[in-house]
Unconditional design. Sequence first.
Length: 56
Amino acid sequence: MEAKSMVGSDEVHKHADGVGCTECSRRVADEEIAFAFLLALVPVITLTLFGNMGLL
């Protein structure tokens, strides 16, 4: 028996019938919201850092 060296993400996140479940799609949506929130914080973090260093 030959072992696979890598598993694709589509094999991990899809079920045997080939369709993603509602829980998986909800997790993806939650991850997208969390990433958008972090992206929105980048300007605040940058301005705070440079402000504290006296570069603004």
